[in-house]
Design a protein around this ligand. Structure first.
Ligand SMILES: Nc1ncnc2c1ncn2[C@@H]1O[C@H](COP(=O)(O)OP(=O)(O)O)[C@@H](O)[C@H]1O
Ligand SMILES: [Mg+2]
Length: 360
C-alpha cells in the first residue's frame, strides 16, 4: 500500500507553514468551516498529481500576498520511500522533485503515487455535462497507463489546431482541403489509442460500479452504466470525412473521442432526472470506489483515498456501509474530513476503527 507519513505546507492557500505527521491507516481531519480541511486534502492531491484538484491556477493556490508556495511530502510504498517537493514561485515554471531529482516533464509523475479523491462537487460527474465523466475516466486511466496521458495531450492539441483551422477557413472564406486531411490523419492515431483504452477499461469498470452501488445503497435497484462513443459506430477517419460539411458549418469538430460519455440510467431512465440525492451520492461513491479497485488491481497496491465531507447529506445506513468498506474492508490509507469531530470519533468507535484524529 501507499502510505503518506508527513506533509509540510508553506504558503499554500490558508496555510502559513504547517507540518502534519500521519501514523495511522485512517486519518480523520476535523475543524469548522474554513479551517483548511479541504486545502490539506488538496495539498496531498497536489503532491500526487502535480496540480490542485480544485483550481487550475497556481496563483490561487498561493497564500494571498505571498511570492509562491512549497509542498513537501514523505510517502512510503511497498518497496521504496518517495520524497516529493514542489516549489512554485509566482510567474516561474514550477519545480517538482522526486527523491531530489527534478522532473523534466510533470506527466512522468502521474501514476507513481496513485490517489482517488471524492469531494462534494464531484456530484457533477453524475449531474453535469459529459466533460465531467470524461475527466473521471481520464483521471483513472492516466494513473494506470502513462501512454494514455501522452496520447490525450497529443489528441487535444491536434483537435484545437483542427478547430482553429475550421474557424480560420470560415473567416477567410476559402477552404484548405489538404491541410484538413493532414489534421484528420494526425487525429486518428491518438484517438484510436484512447478509444481502445477506454473500451478495455470500462469493460472492467462497469460491473464494479454495479457491485458497489448495491453495496452502498443496500438495494437492488436496476442501475445501468454504459460507455458511449461515436467510434462505436464507425472508424474515425470515415466519420471525419462524413462530417466534414457539418464541421465546416459548425466551425468545430463534431466527431471524436472528445464526445465520449458514460450513460447513467436508473430503471431505464436517465439517472439524473429521476434519482434522489441519496441515490446520486451512492452512484458517485460507486464510481469512485470502482476506480479505486481498478487502480489497486493495476498497481498491485492500494492507492490513497481522500474523502472530503462525504458524510454530509448521507443517511446513517449509507454512511455506515461506506465507512465500513473504506476503513475495514480495504487496506489502503484513508483521509476523511468532517466538521463534526464527535460524529467522526463516534463512527470510528462503532466500527472499531483505530484512527488518528487531527483537529485544525
Ligand atoms: N490563496 C489563499 N490564500 C489564503 N487563504 C486562502 C487561499 N485560498 C483559500 N483560502 C482560505 O482557505 C479557507 C478555506 O479552506 P478550506 O480548506 O476550504 O476549509 P474547510 O474545508 O475546512 O471548510 C478559506 O477561509 C479561504 O479564504
Ligand atoms: Mg471543505
Amino acid at each position: 500500500m501507499l502510505f503518506l507519513k508527513k506533509i509540510t505546507l508553506t504558503h499554500f492557500k490558508n496555510y502559513d507553514i504547517k507540518q502534519f505527521d500521519f501514523d495511522k491507516k485512517v486519518v480523520g481531519i476535523c475543524g469548522l468551516n474554513g479551517k483548511g480541511k479541504t486545502n490539506l486534502l488538496d495539498a496531498i492531491y497536489y503532491c500526487c498529481f502535480t496540480k490542485s484538484y480544485f483550481s487550475s491556477s497556481d496563483a490561487f493556490n498561493t497564500q494571498f500576498n505571498k511570492e509562491g508556495f512549497r509542498l513537501e511530502a514523505a510517502f512510503e510504498n511497498i518497496a521504496a520511500k518517495q520524497h516529493v517537493i514542489c516549489i512554485h514561485r509566482n510567474g516561474l515554471k514550477k519545480e517538482f522533485y522526486l527523491n531530489d531529482v527534478m522532473y523534466d516533464k510533470l506527466s512522468e509523475h502521474i501514476g507513481l503515487l496513485p490517489t482517488v479523491i471524492i469531494a462534494p462537487d464531484d456530484i457533477e460527474i453524475i449531474t453535469g455535462s459529459s466533460e465531467e465523466r470524461r475527466k473521471y475516466l481520464d483521471a483513472t486511466i492516466c494513473q494506470l497507463d502513462s501512454e494514455y496521458l501522452l496520447n490525450l495531450i497529443k489528441y487535444n492539441k491536434i483537435l484545437q489546431h483542427r478547430n482553429s483551422h475550421l474557424k480560420q477557413e470560415a473567416a477567410q472564406g476559402k477552404i484548405n482541403e489538404s491541410l484538413l486531411e493532414i489534421l484528420d490523419q494526425q487525429l486518428v492515431e491518438p484517438a484510436n489509442f484512447i478509444y481502445n483504452k477506454r473500451i478495455d477499461f470500462t469493460k472492467k469498470l462497469l460491473p464494479l460500479i454495479d457491485h458497489f452501488y448495491k453495496q452502498i445503497a443496500s438495494s437492488n435497484e436496476f442501475i445501468q452504466v454504459s460507455f458511449d462513443s461515436k467510434l462505436n459506430n464507425g472508424k474515425l477517419d470515415t466519420l471525419l470525412i462524413e462530417n466534414r460539411q457539418k464541421d465546416r458549418a459548425l466551425q468545430r469538430t463534431s466527431c471524436g473521442i472528445h464526445k465520449d460519455d458514460l450513460i447513467l440510467q436508473l430503471n431505464n431512465q436517465p439517472f439524473k432526472s429521476i434519482a434522489s440525492q441519496g441515490q446520486r451520492k451512492s452512484l458517485l461513491f460507486a464510481l469512485k470506489l470502482a476506480e479505486y479497485e481498478l487502480i489497486k488491481e493495476g498497481k498491485g497496491f492500494s492507492p490513497l483515498l481522500l474523502l472530503d465531507d462525504v458524510f454530509e447529506k448521507l443517511d446513517d445506513i449509507r454512511m455506515k456501509n461506506l465507512l465500513d468498506w473504506v476503513c475495514n474492508n480495504n487496506d489502503g490509507q484513508v483521509f476523511i474530513t468532517d466538521t463534526h469531530k464527535d460524529r467522526l470519533i463516534n463512527e470510528f468507535d462503532k466500527l472499531g476503527i483505530n484512527g488518528q484524529i487531527i483537529e485544525l
